[in-house]
Write a protein that binds this ligand. Structure first.
Ligand SMILES: Cc1cc2nc3c(=O)[nH]c(=O)nc-3n(C[C@H](O)[C@H](O)[C@H](O)COP(=O)(O)OP(=O)(O)OC[C@H]3O[C@@H](n4cnc5c(N)ncnc54)[C@H](O)[C@@H]3O)c2cc1C
Length: 373
């Protein structure tokens, strides 16, 4: 890689920050543009398990294994499955030697931010468009303000990427599923019966083509997702704990008790996806990583892992291939194929997870993946 290459990364999510960190570690300067005004402007969402072969590998290349171990919660890898009547159908206690520890998104973002030089992330700059120049370079724009020029602009700006339209005509499509996010604070002290119900890890309750997933986060916080099929407009008129409870009327009182214990912050996350196998023809000076490239439904638990592996692979190609365009093309050709199984699995998950026989399918999946051989 030409050490004077000017690189802009749009988006300081897990993908963009991992790319910035690996390049910085090898002495390459990058500019990261992030529309949020600071790392704590918005809750970053639920807990994540980073897989050895992708998310953890990327952190290793970023030189952040020790920092990762400090935030990884090895105690919270358990899994429970219940039906809507409160019957426990599957239980896998948290294995002490499991290799998929949970991390909180905010903490993951922080270890990446701490590893970057001051000023690398330019907060409060929401890129409204990018423009080509005559010499093959690109500029990025926030309203009337121009930044650049850059030799390479990497769109790490998630589902509604402003970079993607220059590469692909596709827009994410609504899957029909909405996740309503809720939180329960200080669960061990205030609601010990709920802490026991959820266990050390994740509780999934399914029935009647609906589901509730509750995950244990750091600091005795639980994050829940109530999942069902509604038009996107539903949330605009019905977003409250009472409306949520009404959606699950008739479910076991212990499960409905989750909504009674929840704090007032309720957020709707409409699940969109790009087509499985989404790809584009290479265009010099531009590329995409993470959700911008291959947004998928969260059912496979692969999105963050895929974004971080994209970042690690793109960084390696840039570092070891002198020609920038050749490096980006090599990354793209491999990534397009690599993400297909994950995207396919997520699409299948979205299609069948809340179907009439979702419990049988979930049970089979848990037995296949979590029962000791
Ligand atoms: C409900 C839910 C649960 C999920 N659970 C999991 C899970 O358990 N495991 C898992 O692996 N994945 C999960 N995912 C998916 C995961 O969140 C994403 O795949 C992952 O965050 C993608 O990372 P990214 O860096 O590509 O994009 P993002 O995390 O979306 O980051 C993009 C960044 O770009 C910024 N940005 C956007 N537009 C602009 C702009 N125009 N200018 C400047 N900055 C901009 C955003 O503010 C953001 O900081 C879940 C998703 C959802 C919705």
């Amino acid at each position: 890689m030409n050490t004077s290459l000017r690189i802009a990364i749009v988006g300081a999510g897990p993908g963009g920050l991992t790319l910035a960190r690996i390049l910085h570690r090898h002495g390459r300067a990058v500019s990261v543009f992030e529309r949020e005004r600071g790392p704590l402007e918005r809750p970053q969402g639920g807990t994540l398990d980073l897989h050895v072969e992708s998310g953890q590998l990327a952190l290793q290349q970023a030189g952040l294994e020790d920092a990762f171990k400090r935030i990884a919660r090895y105690d919270d890898q358990g899994s429970r499955l219940m039906d809507q009547h409160g019957r426990l159908l599957f239980e896998h206690p948290s294995p002490q030697d499991g290799d998929r520890p949970e991390v909180d998104r905010t903490q993951l973002r922080q270890i990446l931010l701490d590893s970057l030089p001051q000023g690398c992330v330019k907060w409060g700059i929401g890129i409204s468009e990018i423009r080509p120049m005559n010499d093959g370079c690109w500029t990025v724009h926030q309203g009337d303000t121009t930044h650049g020029p850059f030799d390479l602009v990497v769109g790490a700006d998630g589902a509604w990427s402003k970079v993607r339209p220059w590469l692909s005509p596709y827009q994410p499509q609504y899957s029909g599923l909405t996740f309503i996010e809720f939180g329960i604070d200080d669960v061990d002290l205030r609601y010990p019966h709920i802490a026991k119900l959820v266990g050390r890890g994740k509780l999934e309750v399914e029935g009647g083509a609906k589901a509730i997933i509750v995950q244990r986060n750091a600091n005795a916080h639980l994050r829940g997702y109530a999942i069902f099929r509604v038009p996107t407009e539903w949330a605009a008129n019905h977003l409250s704990l009472a409306a949520l409870k009404a959606q699950f009327a008739g479910w076991h009182p212990d499960i409905l008790g989750l909504f009674d214990a929840a704090n007032e912050t309720v957020l709707a996350r409409h699940i969109h996806a790009l087509p499985v196998g989404h790809r584009w023809s290479h265009r010099p000076g531009l590329t995409l990583i993470g959700d911008a490239a291959h947004l998928m439904s969260p059912f496979g638990g692969e999105g963050v892992n895929a974004a971080m592996l994209d970042a690690a692979e793109l960084a390696q190609h840039l570092l070891h291939t002198p020609d920038c365009s050749a490096a980006v093309q090599a990354y793209e050709n491999h990534m397009f194929e690599r993400v297909i199984p994950a995207a396919q699995g997520s699409a299948e998950g979205a299609a069948i997870q809340l179907s009439h026989d979702s419990l049988a399918l979930s049970l089979a999946h848990l037995h296949q993946h979590l029962t000791p051989q």
